[in-house]
Design a binder for this molecule. Structure first.
Ligand code: TYM
Length: 333
């Protein structure tokens, strides 16, 4: 039997190699397996948990759709839509926020990281954001949710919320408890400037990441400037534990070439970084440069991208509105 896949990406601009290798690459594989039913959501409600310029947000929503298409997701096979067009997401999020416990949400490490030192000034939405994410998933009875490692805790929370709802209202299996799909390796791509920090769109320095819209010359220059250490490349994977930058770059290479870290280490053992970086740049340019060109072409065709979102909206709304109606009945509305 096929899987019911749901996943989301925030349209906050600068989708990067971490998003691609940690999540979108997996979306494409799941989309290509005809047995699966896939839904990929541009989570614009999540995006406004931090301040967005409305005009830029609108363009970023389209650019995220363009990125999905340029990566190889087929809108004939998968539903692509933006979250704000399906009111059931906000409605279900409210009901589920009355199920989730403060103690559970207080444990979420991503809120602590994103809110930083001044938690009092973070939006309430940023705090309750994982509940909206649970609503996204549970409305579609998703069996599997492909994400990067940073979303693992949010998925555990989603499972807890589903189980508590089912128990509280004595509706066994009404909300399907989803399984996370997190790749064993390379599910956390790190910054090119600091191998101990996650590659992220909110990092100020653009040199810390490869954006999916970067062209060949930018990729060459970013990899040239990527942080390394003074040693040559090791012969044993274990040595990488003490060498975060080397581990990250070798991991990126392995993921792009669909290889294992062991094999990459074996292929480059004893080599210096400059030689390895040439190889890494080559595989990155081969993968990212055509994608970047395609994204730039697609974003000019707003009508085409909007049509995909409208089609996706209809299909997603049909599914989610029925589920949220049942939720209303269950809670006694
Ligand atoms: P977002 O928009 O931050 O990231 C989108 C996807 O990219 C993955 N990712 C990474 N993977 C590996 N290395 C990295 N450095 C890296 N950075 C990001 C993320 O894990 C994610 O899979 N809350 C989610 C969006 C969301 C969602 C959902 C996901 C909303 N509702 C329902 C799944 C199901 C988020 O902010 O992802």
């Amino acid at each position: 039997m096929g899987k019911k896949i749901f996943s989301g990406v925030q349209p906050t601009g600068n989708l990067h190699l971490g998003n691609y290798l940690g999540a979108i690459k997996n979306f494409v594989e799941l989309n290509n397996d005809n047995k699966n039913e896939c839904i990929f959501c541009v989570v614009d409600l999540h995006a406004i948990t931090s301040k967005q310029d409305p005009k830029v947000l609108r363009d970023n929503i389209r650019e995220t759709v363009a990125t999905f298409l340029a990566s190889g997701i087929d809108p004939q096979k998968s539903i692509i839509f933006n979250q704000s067009t399906v009111p059931a997401h906000s409605e279900a999020a409210w009901i589920l926020s009355c199920i989730a416990r403060m103690g559970w949400i207080n444990r979420m490490t991503q809120f602590k990281e994103k809110a930083g030192k001044d938690k009092e000034k973070a939006s309430v939405g940023l705090y309750s954001y994982p509940i909206l994410m649970a609503a996204d998933i549970l409305l579609y009875d998703a069996s599997h949710v492909p994400v990067g490692e940073d979303q693992k805790q949010h998925l555990e929370l989603c499972r807890d919320i589903a189980q508590k709802f089912n128990n509280d209202f004595d509706v066994k299996d009404f909300l399907k408890v989803p399984e996370p799909l997190i790749q064993k390796e390379f599910s956390r791509i790190m910054s090119l400037k600091d191998g101990t920090k996650k590659m992220s769109k909110s990092e100020i320095s653009d040199l810390s990441r490869i954006n999916l819209t970067d062209d060949k010359d930018i990729i060459i220059s970013k990899i040239k400037k990527a942080k390394t250490d003074p040693l040559s490349l090791p012969s044993d994977v274990k040595e990488l534990n003490e060498r975060p930058e080397a581990k990250n770059l070798l991991g990126i290479y392995s993921s792009l070439t669909n290889s294992t870290l062991e094999k990459t280490v074996k292929d480059f053992k004893g080599k210096n970084f400059s030689e390895f970086k040439e190889n890494l740049t080559q595989v990155l340019v081969e993968k990212i440069d055509p994608m970047s060109k395609e994204i730039k072409k697609l974003v000019n065709d707003k009508g085409f991208l909007d049509k995909i979102l409208i089609e996706g909206h209809k299909k997603a709304n049909d599914i989610a509105s029925i589920k949220v109606k049942k939720m209303h009945e269950i809670v006694g509305f």
